[in-house]
Write a protein that binds this ligand. Structure first.
Ligand SMILES: Cc1cc2nc3c(=O)[nH]c(=O)nc-3n(C[C@H](O)[C@H](O)[C@H](O)COP(=O)(O)OP(=O)(O)OC[C@H]3O[C@@H](n4cnc5c(N)ncnc54)[C@H](O)[C@@H]3O)c2cc1C
Length: 461
């Protein structure tokens, strides 16, 4: 892969951020606008965004078929898996960090070879001054672009790049999750800090090596609802979402909505006696749930301090630890809440989520709209921003926005087609008969929900 040295460049689009958002946008833009030129700029050495800094054993939590760019399949598709002209996904075909990074480089190479795009890496962009500065020698580049695309608005905060939210004394036996693969000590016990999906990954990684699950303690400051992976490929999850759209006008509470989905086997919590306060679209398999349910769990709120001999919490007594206990920091903020703003605003484009829990498809849609609509008003009117959901209480509003997004797209048949037949859409990979049942039901229930929501004066929750 050939990157371009900083310097003076003219282009149509400067895309800042070479993560999934930036690369998916680039791919769809170059596909649908056959003439434009781009420069992609990023602070990392390679495309792939947060995956460059992830722990080595991380994998996608959704199947690979729904991730990556529109033009190139991701993951393994065997011929026998083909189901009525579309690749039928295996739920457990989930690309690893290294496979994702190799895929992103392949996409970058493919577009570099057309001569229409340059990648300027190890450089930072200052959105207020427009200055481009090299992280290597501090030199400045001048990149003149007709439009600047901000593909950093939903940048991920990952543990290896974030300052821990608790004090760690210098002599503590403590490692960030990224260091687990290089472990050379012989610890007898492990304490994992981090309640979300990264915490689950740390626990399941250790379970491969530690024979006695009681040697692992997991600090869970907040409980999460997770989507069950087994329900994605079959279409069960989409059917469940259609049922939720249908039931929302009855005034059902967010908690009851999740409890109902749990009964249907769509979502899962790690302890059935605790009502979760978090939902971030994390995905787990039944097997992963069974594995993490075997370890000890401590629920005393957030950790405040880790020393060589104890761990202190916001509430409750400190936990005493010995020399042979390793504390693993798997706490990550992930996606932070962002205030929605117009995606298309004169010379600036800010990529934001417009498809529920699908950052890759959202970014590709933004590019498709940019390439095929002719005014900012029309472009903004074609999209409804669906901010990332963080709590169960936000979920009814997210469902309403999803319904509004779909009914808005229905008025723009080109955009609806782009989304419906996009390889990164769950819907695209579903069996044909299921598709024929679900699409009209999804559109119909979406229209009903939007009407109910907007006439009943419901707010954001
Ligand atoms: C562990 C993990 C697993 C995930 N699994 C899945 C999954 O299975 N399926 C799924 O759909 N989603 C998944 N996600 C979420 C998904 O990967 C992210 O939402 C998505 O990749 C966000 O991409 P992004 O490009 O917006 O951000 P990032 O990947 O964070 O990329 C932003 C980029 O912008 C660059 N940048 C920022 N500011 C500047 C600047 N001023 N100048 C230059 N460069 C700058 C950064 O260097 C970075 O490379 C996962 C996330 C995590 C953390």
């Amino acid at each position: 892969m050939e990157f371009t040295r900083g310097g003076r460049y003219d282009c149509d689009y400067l895309i800042v951020g070479a993560g999934t958002a930036g690369i998916s946008f680039l791919d769809a833009l170059l596909t649908y606008d056959k003439a434009c030129t781009c420069v992609v700029l990023d602070g990392n050495s390679f495309p792939g965004g947060h995956w460059n800094h992830a722990y080595d054993f991380v994998k996608l939590h959704t199947p690979s078929h729904y991730y990556g760019v529109t033009s190139e399949p991701m993951g393994k598709t065997e011929k026998k898996d083909w189901n009525l002209f579309v690749p039928y996904p295996s739920n457990e075909d989930r690309s690893s960090k290294f496979e994702i990074l190799a895929y992103m480089q392949k996409i970058a190479d493919k577009w570099i070879q057309t001569g229409r795009v340059k990648f300027v890496m190890k450089s930072s962009y200052d959105f207020s001054s427009g200055k481009v500065t090299s992280f290597i020698d501090g030199s400045q580049s001048a990149i003149r672009a007709k439009k600047v695309v901000n593909a950093t608005y939903y940048e991920e905060s990952v543990p290896s790049r974030a300052t821990p939210s608790f004090q760690i004394s210098p002599d503590a036996n403590h490692v960030p999750i990224n260091d687990l693969v290089n472990l050379a000590g012989s610890y007898k016990k492990f304490v994992v800090i981090g309640a979300g999906k990264t915490g689950v990954d740390a626990v399941t990684y250790l379970m491969q090596f530690v024979r006695d699950p009681s040697c692992i303690t997991w600090v869970v400051s907040q409980d999460y609802w997770y989507v069950l992976r087994e329900t994605i490929g079959s279409g069960e999850l989409l059917e469940g979402i259609v049922s939720m759209l249908k039931i929302l006008p009855s005034g059902i509470s967010a908690d009851d909505l999740f409890l109902g989905a749990e009964k249907q086997g769509l979502v899962v919590r790690l302890d059935p006696s605790i009502l979760p306060t978090k939902f971030k679209c994390g995905v787990l398999s039944i097997e992963e749930v069974k594995l993490v349910q075997q370890v000890n769990v401590v629920r005393q709120g957030r950790v405040t301090q880790v020393t060589k001999t104890e761990i202190s919490f916001v509430k409750g007594p400190s936990m005493t630890i010995d020399d042979q206990t390793l504390v693993v920091n798997a706490a990550a903020l992930g996606n932070m809440p962002r205030t929605p703003k117009p995606i298309f605003d004169g010379n600036n484009i800010t990529i934001q989520p417009i498809i529920f829990c699908n950052p890759a498809l959202s970014a590709a849609c933004c590019a498709f709209v940019e390439a095929t609509y002719d005014s900012d008003d029309k472009k903004n009117a074609a999209n409804v921003i669906v901010p990332h959901v963080l709590t169960p209480q936000q979920f009814p509003y997210t469902l309403y926005l999803t319904a509004k997004s779909l009914t808005t797209m229905e008025k723009n048949s080109n955009l609806l087609n782009f989304v419906t037949f996009n390889r990164t859409n769950w819907f695209f990979h579903m069996p044909l008969l299921k598709k024929l049942q679900i699409l009209p039901a999804f559109l119909g229930e979406s229209a009903n929900l939007v009407k109910y929501w907007e006439t009943s004066g419901r707010g954001q929750n």
